[in-house]
Design a protein around this ligand. Structure first.
Ligand code: HEC
Length: 104
């Protein structure tokens, strides 16, 4: 697992829809700063779909892993219509990176 690799993957795969630094704006998706451990749909000021808000998920390591592998199956009917990240190694790096923004 490598937060540094995760940062680079995030830039490539996620950053056109998500910022992830404190205080930055929301894009098509919410700013993901500090989401690790939170309830899904709890970033202030972002307009989530009902399906996402009502998913009942908490962003633990295992739930994030499941979500990143298949966004659409994990939360059917959400605004996010892209394929997931199929490589487990890449998901682990991404999660490690997301964690670092929560523990600052
Ligand atoms: C095409 C745009 C897009 C891309 C690319 C994208 N996302 Fe998202 N993401 C969204 C949207 C939109 C939502 C909110 C979904 C909703 O409200 O239905 C979201 C939600 C999330 C959430 C849940 C946030 C919360 O507060 O509950 C996480 C975590 C997340 N994305 C991680 C990622 C990661 C990691 C990547 C890169 C692998 C990624 N996303 C790529 C659009 C995107």
């Amino acid at each position: 697992m490598s937060a540094e690799k995760g940062r680079r993957l995030f830039k490539k795969l996620c950053s056109h829809c998500h910022n992830i630094s404190e205080g930055e704006s929301h894009k098509y998706g919410p700013n993901l700063f500090g989401v690790f451990g939170k309830q899904a749909g709890s970033v202030p000021g972002y307009h989530y779909s009902e399906q996402h808000k009502n998913s009942g998920l908490q962003w633990t390591e295992s739930n994030l892993n499941m979500y990143l592998e298949n966004f659409k199956e994990t939360i059917p009917g959400s605004k996010k219509k892209i394929p997931g990240v199929s490589k487990e190694e890449q998901r682990k790096d991404l999660i490690e990176f997301i964690k670092t923004t929560t523990n600052v």
